[in-house]
Design a protein around this ligand. Structure first.
Ligand code: NAD
Length: 497
């Protein structure tokens, strides 16, 4: 059996722990590997390596760190196909979707190539007579990233390119469901000339995560995953005096106004609800049908959901692949059962899908619910599967309140041809990322990614300018050279003269 190890100090690292977890190919249901799950001691060794590497890496001029990023970008481009295959074989998403996530990660590497410009400080000459003042940003030390299964390349790449370019060293604890992409990225970073110990990957479960939280040499933690774990990370990192950003789960709405271009809205919704089998934190799992648009919307969606091409992610014709694990498949099917019991109308039922030649794969067909009400569990909770709920409301104000009252606040879209509705919605909605006629409004790498409410704990979003702020601390220096005026001791609060 293929054993997936850790990657510490520039090479594979087996660790002492005997614990492992099984990795499956979701398309076939066959086991492909076993991943080592780190003990606290294994994690401490990795953190020690990162701590040692920090003293020289943080002193490298930003331009030299940027050059490693430029080289890394080139190497990723050369290895694009291989990385894509790794993602498809462990996550299950379709081939072009996996390529898309690598592209979105690569964009963060491209952003990090500009680090000399991004780290330029601010200077004021003569803040007082013969006194100058400047502010600069310095790296934090050892930073850690804990990431979910659904974007094995993109989410780690939201974090480490910026952290490393800022002069930090990094421990990545990827999802134990699809860890191979992270290990390959670590190897490619070494090929790009990154010194050993700067980027380390440690696989593991709760024990490894707690070993990060409890280690005093870790300065900052970036987390992406479900809300209960995000809250746990946020509270415990804060308790241990660490800087923390913890991104959680989501339930994203698409508000369909009666004046919208319905074909555009339906196509947007199909990709946003069923792309990556709904396993995206920006997936749109609720369509809010405003006014009289409901019947037309459900009619068009029904035809398209029934026609979805479902199959192995390696088959280029597939539009939707399997779910990540058997347990997750059971959970999603369970939610469809709950929805029918709660009284929602199941217009398309994907539960009994069987694919010839892939009988043991973790497939479910697209599911579509109509007449979903806001007190139902299928509306309130994150399903994280290809299940779209249509909620009908009478007008724009009711749609806006519905979105704003939901506990999650990651992404939202409005489909309309009316500029007034679009602008008012963008201004009043209590959500971090808003699309106007854009189904998945994921900000580009040079902006920042993050939700509101229970979709993000902490005050910094990922990558872009917020990423640079998160991975650096601000220092402000005020200086006077004593060749000028000598002053007597002053016992009052200093003010500039
Ligand atoms: P998860 O919360 O189960 O796991 C995320 C990470 O936390 C993994 O590395 C896992 O090993 C670790 N973990 C799991 N349970 C833990 C525990 N009890 N204590 C400590 N660590 C633990 O999430 P997942 O199932 O891998 O990913 C799906 C979730 O991630 C969804 O809720 C999705 O919305 C969310 N997500 C959010 C964003 C965002 O930007 N807000 C992006 C991607 C995914």
């Amino acid at each position: 059996m293929n054993i997936i190890e850790h990657f510490v100090n520039g090479k594979k690292f087996l660790g002492d722990s005997r614990k492992t977890s099984k990795i499956f190919n979701p398309a076939t249901g066959e086991q492909s590997a076993e991943v080592k799950l780190a003990s606290t001691k294994d994690m401490s060794k990795a953190i020690e390596a990162a701590k040692t590497a920090f003293s020289s890496w943080s002193k490298k001029p930003p331009l030299q760190r940027a050059r490693v990023m430029f080289k890394f970008k080139e190497i990723i481009e050369k290895n694009f196909e291989e990385l894509t295959r790794i993602i498809v074989s462990e996550h299950g998403k379709v081939f072009d979707d996996a390529k898309g996530e690598i592209t979105r990660g690569l964009e963060v590497v491209e952003f990090a190539c500009g680090i000399p410009q991004l780290l330029k400080g601010e200077f004021t000459e003569n803040v007082g007579t013969d006194v100058d003042s400047w502010s600069l940003r310095q790296p934090l030390g050892v930073c850690a990233g804990i990431t979910p299964f659904n974007f094995p390349a993109m989410v780690p790449m939201w974090m480490f390119p910026v952290a490393i370019a800022c002069g930090n060293t990094f421990i990545l604890k990827p999802s134990e469901k699809d860890p191979s992409c992270s290990i390959r990225l670590a190897e490619l970073l070494v090929e790009a000339g990154l010194p050993e110990g700067v980027f380390n990957v440690v696989n593991g479960d709760k024990e490894a995560v707690d070993a990060i939280i409890n280690n005093k040499d870790v300065s900052a933690v970036s987390f992406v995953g479900s809300t209960p774990v995000a809250k746990y990370i946020y509270e415990n990192c804060a308790k241990n005096e660490k800087r923390v950003q913890a991104l959680g789960g989501a339930k994203n709405h698409a508000v369909i106004m009666p004046d919208c271009d319905l074909e555009q809205a339906v196509n947007g919704l199909m990709g946003a609800a069923y792309g990556s089998a709904g396993e995206r934190c920006m997936a749109q799992s609720v369509a809010v049908a405003v006014g009289d648009v409901g019947n037309k919307l459900v009619e068009r969606l029904t035809k398209k959901v029934e026609a979805l091409k479902i199959g192995s992610g390696m088959d280029k014709k597939s539009e939707m692949g399997p779910l990540v694990t058997k347990e997750h498949l059971e959970k999603v099917k369970g939610y469809v059962d709950i929805g029918t019991k709660e009284g929602a109308k199941l217009v398309v039922d994907g539960r009994n899908l069987k694919l010839q030649g892939y009988e043991n794969g973790y497939y479910i067909g697209g599911c579509l619910f109509d007449q979903v009400k806001k007190d139902m569990r299928i509306y309130k909770e994150e399903i994280f599967g290809p299940v779209l709920s249509v909620v009908r409301v009478k007008d724009f104000d009711e749609a806006l309140s519905l979105v704003n009252e939901h506990e999650f606040g990651n992404g939202v879209s409005i489909f309309t041809r009316d500029g007034d509705s679009g602008r008012t919605f963008a201004s009043k909605v209590q959500i971090g990322m808003v699309g106007i006629n854009i189904p998945i409004p994921v900000p580009m790498a040079f902006h920042s990614f993050g939700g509101w409410k229970r979709s993000l704990f902490g005050d910094h979003h990922m990558h872009g300018p917020e990423g640079v702020r998160f991975y650096t601390k601000l220092k402000t220096i005020t200086s006077r050279w004593p060749s000028g005026l000598r002053s007597d001791p002053e016992f009052v609060m200093p003010t500039m003269k």
